[in-house]
Unconditional design. Structure first.
Length: 546
């Protein structure tokens, strides 16, 4: 290996494998709510409340299973084998959704959750392990930023594939494309195995570690029983059966991590405690961030001016990235409760307005004449704004931190996470301003409001998400690195489920500004908490980082 190499040879293979895995993952997230609520063009025809509940539950489960996947990799399978098995299961899951059968749909989501559990924590752990040499150690944060860049190339391009395929062929073609991308990622990973063979080493179990059989009996079995109880409880405690089942199932897993801390050796106790504290506050970030596929998708679909400018109309139509709507109010259509309340002369709400929903709050000067057609950008294209900003901002963030590093002023990894939470909290004000600008949904909002909000929260994301992965790699006791990576994804899972719970409240807020202010409060509390802990976190980081 050349002595002047700054990053290990494994990086491009892991980068590309994760890129194609995220291609499929974010393709599904970009269109899942749209597919579930679509009743005209081959979707599932569900109401939005049920759709966002499924969306939030899937997001929760897909990030809960890394706890299991990390444990299996640490103790039994190893990292490479776990990644390959997980990738194959995910590819089969995407293909399964294309069959448009409700039972196969739920089975396919289960395959995706299990597969992601095996793939996601272990590819991050493997990347971290390849940096655990004196030659590469100093560039680990930068390596995770580059890795994150790869994730978002896949996340950026996938929505264009989804729009083209569902406009020209149908929903099934988009899901099949996600599966093909996943299988391609597995192939790339296999081709690069020689570059991370030495990093794929299972660590010996220590006397204080809980035996695998005991974990199954004291964690997995109670979690399964708790989930069944949560599902079967008459009525709902937290809004839906799926939410009750998920939150009760998390209790034994959270207890496992608390017990891991309690039984840790003196050398391991502080770094494990620090990681668990960071995991806890990160829940709020994911609760807000992951609303891009639920509440912000609703905002893009119904509140945002998606009309294609005339100068772009023909090229966009030729690329099949747009949909058409025609002003033909010949037949009365029944609408669910929506963002704008139209009232009759007596002040009573009117639901039957006989227009395509997009026209319900279109400015009068933009309303086409009867039987005229306008062209709209596909809603899922707005899901590419976040990865677009990741691609643009990542090199700038990396250069910024390199600049500070040369002057010995680079913030610690915990400090970067704290700043990320603060920036993310401030991003919610952009959407509050958007609500006031469009008079709470009476007129369409400019798409630039979404661009601004996504831009700010993406900057916060770049300070937080890759740094969280890096922090786990640096602070975890080596023999349980994948298990602690699973803990990071457990926190992500809980935040994702909370995002679904928050999204189900969307229709209950008459003033949507208050909805986004709730998001600000959640992120503000998280940011304040980590800043209060920052001196202690930095001390632990300095003492135990490896």
């Amino acid at each position: 290996m050349p002595t002047n190499r700054k990053h290990p040879a494994s990086l491009p293979f892991l980068f590309l494998s994760e890129m194609w895995e995220r291609f499929g993952f974010y393709l599904l997230l970009g269109i899942l709510q749209l597919y579930l609520t679509d009743s005209d063009k081959g979707g599932m025809g569900m109401d939005r409340t049920k759709a966002v509940d499924i969306y939030g539950t899937y997001l929760a489960m897909v990030y809960l299973t890394p706890f299991i996947g990390g444990l299996l990799a640490d103790r039994i399978l190893g990292y490479s084998k776990s990644i390959i098995i997980g990738g194959i299961l995910m590819g089969l899951g995407y293909i399964g959704i294309s069959f448009h059968n409700e039972m196969i749909f739920y089975i396919s989501l289960a395959l995706l959750c299990i597969g992601n559990g095996l793939f996601k924590p272990n590819i991050s752990t493997l990347l971290g392990n390849t940096y655990n040499t004196p030659q590469f150690k100093a560039n680990k944060d930068t390596g995770f930023n580059i890795f994150y860049f790869g994730i978002n190339i896949g996340a950026f391009i996938c929505n264009f594939f989804a729009a083209y395929l569902r406009n020209t062929i149908g929903w099934s073609a988009a899901f099949i494309a996600a599966g093909i991308g996943m299988f391609l990622g597995v192939l790339i990973f296999i081709l690069g195995r020689k570059h991370y063979k030495e990093a794929d080493v299972r660590k010996p179990v220590q006397p204080e570690d809980m035996p695998m059989g005991q974990i199954l009996a004291s964690v997995f079995l109670p979690a399964a029983i708790a989930a069944v109880i949560g599902w079967m409880i008459p009525g709902n405690i937290f809004g839906s059966d799926s939410t009750d089942a998920f939150l009760l199932a998390c209790i034994p897993i959270v207890y496992f991590y608390a017990n891991l801390l309690r039984k840790a050796s003196a050398a391991d106790k502080k770094p494990i405690k620090a990681l668990l504290m960071v995991f806890a506050v990160s829940i709020m970030f994911w609760a807000v961030f992951k609303q891009n596929g639920s509440a912000l998708t609703t905002w893009a679909q119904y509140y945002t001016d998606r009309e294609v400018p005339t100068v772009l109309e023909q090229p966009a139509t030729g690329l099949y990235l747009v949909q058409s709507v025609t002003n033909t109010p010949a037949e009365v259509v029944q609408y669910d409760k929506e963002f704008r309340v139209i009232k009759d002369a007596d002040g009573n709400p009117v639901k039957d307005i006989g227009l395509d929903p997009y026209f319900k709050n279109l400015q009068a000067e933009k309303m086409p004449t009867e039987n005229d057609t306008i062209y709209l950008f596909n809603t899922e294209l707005f899901q590419s704004i976040n990865p677009f900003f990741v691609l643009i901002l990542t090199p700038l963030v990396v250069m910024f931190f390199a600049f500070l590093r040369r002057r010995q002023k680079e913030p610690t990894t915990p400090s970067k996470i704290a700043y990320g939470l603060l920036i993310s909290a401030l991003s919610t004000f952009m959407m509050v301003a958007a609500v006031y600008y469009c008079h709470n949904g009476e007129i369409k909002a400019s798409p630039w409001w979404l661009f601004g909000s996504y831009g700010m929260i993406t900057l916060g994301e770049l300070f937080l998400s890759p740094m969280g992965l890096s922090l786990v790699s640096k602070l975890s006791p080596p023999r349980i690195t994948a298990l602690m990576m699973g803990g990071w994804f457990l926190a992500t899972s809980m935040g994702n489920k909370l995002s679904g719970i928050l999204a189900t409240l969307w229709d209950k807020y008459d003033n949507k500004a208050n909805y986004f202010l709730v998001n600000f409060v959640l992120l503000g509390i998280a940011a304040l908490t980590i800043f209060l802990m920052l001196r202690w976190l930095n001390k632990v980081f300095k003492e135990y980082s490896h």
